[in-house]
Design a protein around this ligand. Structure first.
Ligand code: DQA
Length: 151
């Protein structure tokens, strides 16, 4: 049962474990657990299986991205957090796999400090969704459903 359900890997990057108390004026007051609960509910509605993880470590993120293809994931949703702006290694990992990835940010990185305007991963992802708070993830899931189902 459920074998042909799309499989989504969601990776939350560094400091996102602190959501709720981390700069709530920018990132909102929901905790990561509360955001994940919304995401799991939406994945259920879209009949998709989702695995969710958070890491503060660049190497762990890279290992997980590399493993996404052998593990049979159909799409990655990635909030690489600060790594977005400087990790060529995360960029290269995404470029090395054929699993499509959607870049997500809670905040609108383009209207914040200048160092956040540039994403080194943007050229190697399917698309970027930012600025909608926790709903950025919901929008990414809906888009992942369309990408995976070829719609
Ligand atoms: C973030 C934006 C990044 O610039 C920042 O380093 C984060 C979170 C976001 O979700 O808005 O940690 O990715």
């Amino acid at each position: 049962m459920g074998e042909d359900r799309p499989r989504i890997l969601l990776i939350h990057g560094p400091n996102l474990n602190l959501l709720g108390k981390r700069e709530p004026q920018i990132y909102g007051t929901l905790t990561l657990d509360e955001i994940n609960a919304k995401i799991l509910q939406q994945a259920q509605q879209l009949a998709m299986d989702i695995e969710v993880m958070q890491t503060n470590h660049e190497g762990v993120m890279i290992d997980r991205i590399q493993q996404a293809e052998p593990d049979g994931f159909d799409c990655i949703i990635l909030n690489a957090a600060a790594f977005t702006h400087y990790s060529i290694a995360v960029r290269d990992a995404l470029a090395s796999i054929s699993v499509p990835a959607i870049e997500v940010h809670l905040s609108n990185i383009h209207k914040r400090e200048e160092f956040r305007h540039h994403s080194v991963i943007a050229p190697v992802v399917y698309g970027q969704i930012c600025g909608f708070g926790a709903d950025s993830y919901i929008l990414a899931l809906e888009e992942a459903a369309r990408i995976v189902r070829g719609a």
